[in-house]
Design a protein around this ligand. Structure first.
Ligand SMILES: Cc1cc2nc3c(=O)[nH]c(=O)nc-3n(C[C@H](O)[C@H](O)[C@H](O)COP(=O)(O)O)c2cc1C
Length: 370
């Protein structure tokens, strides 16, 4: 037993105490395989309950409206039925002493007309990301989306607010605004995907505006210190995002401005791929933004136990989020504590339906559940 690890120390997020700093990263799993896109106790409830020893679970991205969806069978948080489903899930996690935030998601131009009765997906500008959308009929090429009107933007801000209200009613400990990974809010931030001429385009302050309007609305329906958000400043050549001379100044602006809020945390990702030779890329996200952001910082991407302990001990971040290791190691915290071997994840089951590759990964020394 090696309890002398920074990852295993508790931390305070406002009035919320996390028992350790091992965070389960949000991961889409396409398991809400029903017409209402409702999470169930049998699937999502069990999955997250098995992982309740995490300091904090951040759920899979959950669409804030019909328009927000872009992957097959992802759960929503915009209907009464979905809210009731999530109530079961949060109850099961809380019963095991866990804490859980829901990730609020709008994919923007990564969606496909197949999700919208043939209508175009929404985006800041009519620019095709030339990516793939995971539709009910498999992967399809993305299309040129519709440029959102001011009315569409207003509605989307209200959709985030409504989703946060539902999340709070469903018993979540908080919400994470998905403003990362090339989805709608990230599309607004980037001057390659946002060519608008109105108050949501042009200057970095304008491209970031929608995020702050969403935060301002959400904090009217739940405590500000239970709102987190996620950014991936160096995402490059994934989902049509590319870096340019505006990228770093834009993220500098956003992160400086976040200091005006009393948020639960800021969740950053190190570059997903090697950007060391890419112009305008920041290769060390935690190091750049620790001196800028005054609140709690989570870092993610490609961490193991050793690197996680080190980055906290060095003072670069406060918590570390683990993605794929959490898919295959429901007892990741216990394994870290024991310095036990980690189980390998099975990528073939990532976006498939049912229990397989989801709730059937055993804890250490446990038989496989069938
Ligand atoms: C199957 C899968 C689904 C994912 N879905 C989401 C998601 O819904 N929201 C999100 O912000 N990131 C998502 N991610 C990214 C992860 O949160 C994380 O950033 C990534 O896996 C890198 O962390 P890791 O190296 O610890 O796995 C997903 C990753 C995987 C593997």
């Amino acid at each position: 037993m090696d309890n002398n690890q920074s990852l295993l120390e508790p931390i305070q997020l406002g009035d919320l105490t996390l028992k350790n700093r091992v965070i389960m990263a949000p991961m889409t799993r396409s398991r809400a395989d029903n017409s209402g896109k409702v999470p169930t106790a049998d699937l999502q409830g069990k999955y997250y309950q098995q992982r309740a020893s995490a300091g904090l679970i951040i759920t899979e991205g959950s669409q804030v409206s019909e328009k927000a969806v872009g992957y097959v069978n992802t759960p929503g948080i915009h209907t009464k039925e979905q809210t009731e489903g999530w109530k079961e899930v949060t109850k099961m996690v809380h019963e095991k002493g866990g804490k859980i935030f829901i990730q609020l998601w709008h994919v923007g131009r990564i969606s496909h007309p197949d999700f919208h009765n043939g209508d175009l997906p929404h985006a800041p500008s009519a620019i095709n990301p030339e990516a793939k959308s995971y539709t009910p009929d498999g992967f399809k090429d993305t299309v040129t989306p519709k440029e959102m009107t001011l009315e569409d933007i207003k509605q989307t801000i209200q959709d985030f607010k409504n989703a946060a209200k539902n999340a709070w009613e469903a018993g979540f400990d908080g919400v994470e605004i998905h403003s990362s990974n090339g989805y709608l809010l990230h599309q607004f931030f980037s001057s390659t995907s946002n060519k608008r001429k109105d108050i949501y385009g042009g200057y970095k302050q304008n491209r970031a505006r929608i995020l702050f309007e969403i935060i301002d609305e959400i904090k009217t329906v739940m405590p500000e210190n239970r709102i987190g958000l996620r950014l991936n400043p160096s995402l490059h050549e994934i989902f049509g995002m590319t870096l340019n001379e505006d990228t770093i100044p834009t993220f500098d602006h956003i992160i400086e401005k976040l200091n005006n809020y009393d948020l639960a945390y800021l969740h950053l990702s190190e570059p997903f791929n090697d950007v060391s030779d890419v112009e305008h890329a920041e290769t060390e996200i935690a190091k750049r933004y620790r001196p800028v952001y005054e609140g709690n910082l989570i870092i993610n991407a490609h961490f193991d136990r050793e690197k996680g302990n080190k980055v906290i001990k060095n003072g670069d971040v406060d918590m570390v989020a683990y993605g794929k290791p959490y898919i295959s190691n429901p007892d990741l915290v216990e394994r870290f504590a024991e310095n036990a071997e980690l189980a390998e994840w099975d990528e073939d089951t990532f976006y498939t339906p049912g229990h397989k590759g989801y709730t059937d990964y055993p804890k250490t020394e446990e038989e496989v559940e069938v």
